[in-house]
Design a protein around this ligand. Structure first.
Ligand code: NAD
Ligand code: UGA
Length: 473
């Protein structure tokens, strides 16, 4: 290895740290990248043939550079000490206890990472906030680092990540923009330039935006709030469509043609999920409240409330159409991940829908191409505050719920069922042999499509009673 080779260390080998660092390693052969994590099973998995997360294209990128300039290690302190640039990509879940519980971001993992960095550092470092954090976090991190630094110079940058799961590699190869925030001092500017040089290996410089720290931190929360707001807006319209006979797909298409609105991210659904939208909006709401802006806070809070309403509305619609009870009825759940092309189930709307149906004593047979039976059982039986913890703090699996089984494919799940409920838009659900499924079901056979993936006319011809979000019955 070249003696002046830039060394990067990333704390947190999760959905963001893993793919982001793999792409940096691939695009920057002159940089050594080490991803570290305190949760050892994850590191072992990153070093194996079965990566800990499913993401199209990720295997290929990791295979190309692992062992060359990309390494995964549990030796956290050693690699932090050796690094020039330290990315911090640890969990920042919603606080479950104490001040700001249920809204504020829990920065405990971040703070302990910062203290450790200060402890083990012997050379100057650039510390990069990759995790999504409340605006002004860099100020707190700076204090922790400099008050413990023994004369070492730390520069803090905010470099939020905008990748979406399922398309992470594509998003990282070709980002709409890269955002870097830093101090407006000569040292701050030098640090910004150093990180810019890393991304400039493959990102056109005009797409690398440099701002002050607070703009970068807030832009990340703002982007997620705007994106989630679009979904809640279209979902709110879907309820009005069902009440009036308008069709949400037609409405989305018509408004999306306005170039000021744009056509992306206007798909009505059973609700948005994923580890970030809800957490980041609640965090934004809390920051607004702390800054004496209750009107702004309640404006953004509605985005989360409409999302909750959408899930409840869907369950109520299911139960009421199946003659007001699903007690003892088998229902096939197709899709459990929070979106297609990922195995991630954090905050998936499937959890709320399944719990709602179990509350009415349904028997569930669940199929998802990427989610294991163990994960589904954990998600349905554990409390949300336990699921929000980082992997090393999660309790062992509780006893399995008897009314829930998992199936190998959609056909097995639907056998003998009274209804099918589609909760993730996996491509394979568009092309199932629905006639075959219908023949094996109880009659009347219901389809509840929470993602608008099925051909409604075709299914009605087969004989199904079909309910889709935002469309006339
Ligand atoms: P994750 O849970 O998949 O990964 C975080 C990892 O950090 C875990 O493996 C955990 O063991 C590890 N960790 C915790 N404390 C540590 C420490 N002190 N030292 C070393 N490792 C430690 O989470 P994620 O989805 O990768 O999200 C990380 C951050 O990125 C969050 O702030 C999130 O809001 C943000 N983000 C996520 C996405 C996404 O698509 N998932 C996109 C953009 C931003
Ligand atoms: C989202 C953002 O898109 C990323 O830019 C951001 O980096 C990331 O959050 C984050 O900060 O974690 P992600 O949650 O991975 O990415 O996936 P999205 O594609 O945004 O989907 C989120 C949820 O909204 C999914 O449940 C999806 O099914 C739902 N959705 C999305 C809709 O219901 N309708 C749509 O039109 C689009």
């Amino acid at each position: 290895l070249h003696i002046d080779m830039v060394k990067i260390c990333c704390l947190g080998a999760g959905y963001v740290g893993g793919p982001t660092m793999a792409v940096i390693a691939l695009k920057c052969p002159d940089i050594e990248v080490v991803v570290v994590d305190i949760f050892e099973p994850r590191i072992i998995a990153w070093n194996s043939d079965h990566l800990p997360i499913y993401e199209p294209g990720l295997d290929d990128v990791v295979k190309q550079c692992r062992g060359k300039n990309l390494f995964f290690s549990k030796d956290v302190e050693k690699h932090v000490a050796e690094a020039d640039i330290v990315f911090v990509s640890v969990n920042t879940p919603t606080k479950t206890q104490g001040l700001g519980a249920g809204k504020a971001a829990d920065l405990a993992y971040w703070e302990s990472a910062a203290r450790m960095i200060a402890d083990v550092s012997r050379t100057d470092k650039i510390v990069v906030e990759k995790s999504t954090v409340p605006v002004k976090t860099a100020e707190a991190i700076e204090k922790i680092l400099t008050h413990n630094s023994k004369g070492i110079n730390f520069q803090i940058l905010s470099n939020p990540e905008f990748l979406a799961e399922g398309t992470a590699i594509q998003d990282l190869f070709n980002p709409d923009r890269v955002l870097i925030g830093g101090r407006e001092t000569p040292e701050g500017k030098k640090a910004i330039q150093a990180l810019k040089d890393v991304y400039a290996h493959w990102v056109p410089v005009e797409r690398i935006i440099c701002t002050n720290l607070w703009s970068a931190e807030l832009s990340k929360l703002a982007a997620n709030a705007f994106l989630a707001q679009r979904i809640s807006s279209v979902n709110a319209m879907s309820a009005l469509c069902e009440a009036t006979g308008a069709d949400i797909s037609q409405v989305s298409h018509a408004i999306g043609k306005d170039t000021r609105i744009g056509s992306k991210f206007l798909n009505a659904s059973v609700g948005f999920g994923g580890s970030c939208f809800q957490k980041d909006i609640l965090n934004l709401v809390y920051i607004c409240e702390c800054n004496g802006l209750p009107e702004v806070a309640s404006y953004w809070k509605q985005v989360v409330q409409v999302n909750e309403y959408q899930k409840t509305r869907f369950v109520n619609r299911m139960v009421s159409s199946m003659f007001n009870t699903v007690s003892g009825k088998k229902i096939a759940i197709l899709g459990f991940a929070f979106k297609k092309d990922t195995g991630d189930t954090r905050e998936t709307p499937a959890i709320g829908v399944c719990q709602g149906l179990l509350g009415d004593k349904a028997i569930l047979s669940i199929y998802d191409p990427q989610v294991s039976q163990e994960q589904i059982q954990r998600d349905l039986s554990m409390h949300k505050s336990e699921l929000d913890r980082p992997p090393h703090l999660q309790p062992a699996s509780p006893t399995a719920i008897k009314q829930v089984t998992c199936a190998w494919d959609a056909y097995e799940a639907a056998k003998g069922a009274h209804g099918i409920c589609i909760l993730t838009e996996w491509d394979e659900f568009r092309t199932l042999d629905y006639q075959k499924i219908y023949d094996d079901m109880q009659k009347p056979a219901f389809v509840f499509d929470g993602r608008n993936v099925v051909d409604v006319d075709k299914l009605r011809q087969i004989g199904f009673i079909v309910y889709t979000i935002g469309k006339p019955l």
